[in-house]
Design a protein around this ligand. Structure first.
Ligand SMILES: [Zn+2]
Length: 289
C-alpha cells in the first residue's frame, strides 16, 4: 500500500473508533440477529431477500443490519422508531398507551414500525407488474434492524431514564451508561472471553443453542397467533419484563457492574439475540409465502 493511501486508511480506522455508532444492539448484536435469521429463511423468503438487498450487501443481510442506525441523522423522523418508552416502574407494556413518540404521535415506536414495515413488504407479493409505492429495500432493512432493537431489553425501558441512557455505571473499569452495557458491553465481553473476539464464533455458539438447549422453545418463539404476520407486542412485553428482572435490578446511578452482573445477564442477552433472529426469519417467511 502506498504511504499516502495507508495514512488515509489509518485515519478512516481512527474515525471508526472515535465515533462508534451505538444505538440499539451495537454492530455485533444486529449482525448476529440477521445472520441467524437469514440462515432460517424459506426458499421464497430467501429469494425475495436476495432480490431486495442492495448490491453492496453481496447477498448478506447481516452486513446491512445496522443501516437503520446509520441513517438516523439523515432520516430524522426514524429516530423514535428504535425503542418504546413505558411508564416508570410499571414493568409492563401496552401498545395503545406506550407506542407513541415524544410528541404523542401514535404508532411511532419500534412495535408500530414493525407493523408498518411488515405491511409494506407484503406488497412485494403483488408481483412484478405491480409498482410498489414503497422502497422495499429500505423496508426490509428497517424491519430487520427493528427486530433486533425490540429484543434488546432496554429498548423497551422506563421513560424517565430513557431506557437506561441516563444511568451512569462502570462496566468493570470503564465509564458508560446502563443502556450501552446492554447494547454492546455484555456482547463484547462474551466475545472476548468465549469467542476469540470473533462475532462469527458468537453466531455459531448461539446457533448451536437454538438446535440443542433451546430447541423446545423455538416453536413458541416463531408462533404468531390469530393468523397475524407480525407479533411485536409479545416481544415488547417480554422486553420490559426482562428489563425489570435483569437489566435494572440491583443497578443504581454510579454502580460498578462486573462478574456478578455479567455472568448472570449474558445468557439473557444471547437468548434475546436468538429469539430476535428466529422471529425475524419466521416473520419474513410469513411475509414472502
Ligand atoms: Zn436501532
Amino acid at each position: 500500500m502506498e504511504l499516502y493511501k495507508f495514512h488515509v486508511f489509518l485515519s478512516m480506522v481512527a474515525v471508526l473508533f472515535l465515533f462508534p455508532v451505538v444505538h440499539g444492539w451495537g454492530l455485533d448484536g444486529h449482525y448476529t440477529v440477521c445472520k441467524i435469521a437469514q440462515s432460517r429463511l424459506s426458499k421464497a423468503a430467501a429469494d425475495a431477500v436476495e432480490k431486495l438487498l442492495p448490491t453492496s450487501a453481496n447477498g448478506d443481510l447481516a452486513s446491512v443490519c445496522i443501516w437503520a442506525d446509520r441513517v438516523k441523522f439523515h432520516y430524522h423522523w426514524s429516530s423514535p422508531l428504535h425503542y418504546i418508552d413505558t411508564p416508570d416502574n410499571l414493568c409492563n407494556y401496552q401498545y395503545k398507551r406506550d407506542c407513541k413518540d415524544e410528541d404523542g404521535v401514535e404508532d411511532r415506536c419500534v412495535a408500530g414500525a414493525i407493523y408498518n414495515y411488515t405491511n409494506q413488504l407484503l406488497s412485494y407479493n403483488k408481483g412484478n407488474d405491480h409498482v410498489s409505492t414503497y422502497n422495499l429495500t429500505e423496508s426490509l432493512l428497517f424491519l430487520s434492524h427493528f427486530f433486533g432493537d425490540i429484543h434488546q431489553p432496554l429498548h423497551v425501558g422506563f421513560t424517565s431514564d430513557r431506557g437506561g441512557n441516563t444511568i451512569d455505571v462502570h462496566w468493570y473499569t470503564r465509564k458508560t451508561v446502563l443502556h450501552h452495557v446492554w447494547d454492546s458491553n455484555i456482547i463484547e465481553t462474551v466475545e472476548e472471553r468465549y469467542d476469540d473476539s470473533n462475532v462469527d464464533e458468537l453466531v455459531d455458539a448461539i446457533q448451536k443453542n437454538i438446535t440443542t438447549g433451546w430447541a423446545d422453545q423455538v416453536n413458541s418463539w416463531e408462533n404468531c397467533s390469530g393468523n397475524k404476520t407480525a407479533c411485536p407486542d409479545i416481544y415488547a412485553s417480554e422486553g420490559i419484563k426482562a428489563a425489570c428482572d435483569w437489566a435494572y435490578i440491583g443497578v443504581s446511578e454510579g454502580s460498578t457492574l462486573e462478574d456478578d452482573y455479567f455472568l448472570s445477564r449474558y445468557p439473557i442477552v444471547l437468548w434475546r439475540l436468538a429469539q430476535g433472529g428466529v422471529r425475524l426469519a419466521a416473520t419474513l417467511n410469513r411475509i414472502f409465502k
